[in-house]
Design a protein around this ligand. Structure first.
Ligand code: HEC
Ligand code: HEC
Ligand code: HEC
Ligand code: HEC
Ligand code: HEC
Length: 262
């Protein structure tokens, strides 16, 4: 933005003054070589010198930079906190105790709340689950999974039919005797759920009437709600609702097919 007005050569004094004031407030002066960083965390953590000096640290940056969160402009400070507007490490991390605080935001028990800042609907479902009880309870021997256990942390991915059973299996297996039938069931259920997604897209493309559109609006809300309810891990209820949705979508599809034959 500033570059453009510089080119035109007509920067109004008042704007310059505001800019000057802003610089004073930030404590940054044009004479120094520090520049107000777009996102100080990324500027520093992406420094390729780190490949040699602190490779593990650089790997965290690399992992994030290939993620959907990067695409969506969700940056380090959104999950870790700290101050993204400064370029010095100490100030960015929030002083001497800062890194501890940053790690606290992503410690095992606090992760759901950190992710839930944006995924609030999913968090609502998750806190109703048995998993959450086992995450929060101090006495429990069996560890409950949090968001990151199932989705990964910096490079969060949605599970699919090929990955879901493996994810559940790490806790639900013959050896742990913790509901070993769950992984297979989850794979089957997710497949059904994704069928509903596919049918929904088919009906969307073929829809033409006011009635179709009203149907789609309702079904769209149901799909959204089911994504949240998946996280309560009440599989019986989820199965029932998914079946009802699939049945409704199938009969709509048949109706559309019949109509187009006429
Ligand atoms: C000027 C460079 C610089 C800036 C700016 C910076 N960091 Fe760091 N960060 C580092 C280095 C170097 C480390 C390795 C540990 C250390 O030296 O303190 C680190 C460590 C970390 C850690 C790991 C802490 C631990 O205890 O293992 C996290 C998390 C982190 N930074 C997040 C952030 C976030 C979030 C921001 C922005 C708000 C940020 N950093 C800004 C250089 C920086
Ligand atoms: C979507 C949320 C999210 C974003 C965005 C994110 N992180 Fe993290 N990060 C986490 C979580 C959760 C953990 C801890 C769990 C783990 O290590 O798998 C973590 C762990 C780390 C660690 C390891 C600390 C240690 O010592 O174990 C570092 C370093 C780090 N992140 C740096 C960054 C940097 C740098 C960025 C930006 C380029 C970033 N993170 C962006 C969620 C995030
Ligand atoms: C600052 C907001 C924000 C935070 C914090 C955040 N996310 Fe996201 N996340 C998004 C956005 C935006 C998307 C892309 C749109 C969508 O799928 O909802 C997304 C997408 C996702 C996806 C879907 C990926 C895909 O391939 O479809 C998963 C899984 C996910 N996030 C998990 C997490 C986890 C786990 C955490 C915490 C470690 C987290 N998110 C923290 C905003 C956030
Ligand atoms: C026990 C494993 C598990 C846990 C714990 C878990 N999820 Fe999920 N998550 C899934 C499965 C399975 C799906 C459904 C498949 C899909 O859409 O990816 C899903 C879907 C998602 C999606 C994609 C939803 C969409 O509309 O496509 C996001 C985002 C997400 N989860 C975020 C989170 C967040 C945030 C948490 C923590 C509060 C969390 N998950 C906890 C397994 C889990
Ligand atoms: C980190 C370990 C862990 C992972 C990973 C995990 N679970 Fe769980 N799950 C638990 C624990 C612990 C319980 C509580 C068992 C109990 O109450 O005895 C539980 C309970 C459940 C229950 C309730 C069973 C009941 O009747 O109480 C369901 C359903 C469930 N998990 C589904 C899943 C699915 C689906 C996945 C994969 C997408 C998954 N879990 C991944 C640890 C895990």
């Amino acid at each position: 933005m500033e570059k453009k007005s510089k080119l035109s050569g007509r920067k109004p004094i008042s704007r310059l003054f505001v800019l000057f004031l802003a610089c004073v407030i930030c404590g940054i002066f044009a004479a120094g070589n520090s520049v107000v960083a777009r996102e100080g965390c990324i500027d520093c953590h992406s420094n390729t010198d780190l490949i040699v000096t602190n490779k593990k640290l650089f790997d965290y940056f690399k992992e994030w930079s290939g993620s959907i969160h990067k695409q969506e402009d969700v940056t380090c400070s959104d999950c870790h906190g700290g101050n993204p507007d400064v370029s010095s490490k100490k100030a960015a991390h929030g002083g001497a105790k800062g890194t501890r605080k940053m790690m606290k935001a992503v410690n095992f028990q606090n992760i759901p709340a950190t992710c839930g800042q944006c995924h609030d609907d999913i968090l609502d479902g998750y806190v109703k689950s048995n998993h959450y009880k086992h995450l929060k309870s101090k006495k429990q021997v069996k560890q409950g999974p949090n968001c990151v256990t199932c989705h990964g942390s910096l490079n969060s991915v949605a599970l699919n039919v090929n990955t879901v059973s493996q994810t559940c299996q790490s806790c639900h297996n013959q050896k742990s005797k913790n509901n070993p039938e769950i992984p297979e069931k989850a794979e089957w259920l997710l497949n059904k759920f994704l069928s509903a997604h596919r049918l929904f897209r088919y009906v969307t493309i073929k829809s033409s009437t006011v009635d179709d559109r009203a149907f789609l609006k309702k079904a769209g809300i149901q799909i959204q709600t089911l994504s949240e309810e998946w996280h309560t891990f009440d599989l019986k209820l989820f199965e029932e609702k998914t079946r009802m949705l699939l049945d409704a979508l199938k009969s709509k599809r048949n109706e559309i097919k019949k109509r187009s034959k006429k």
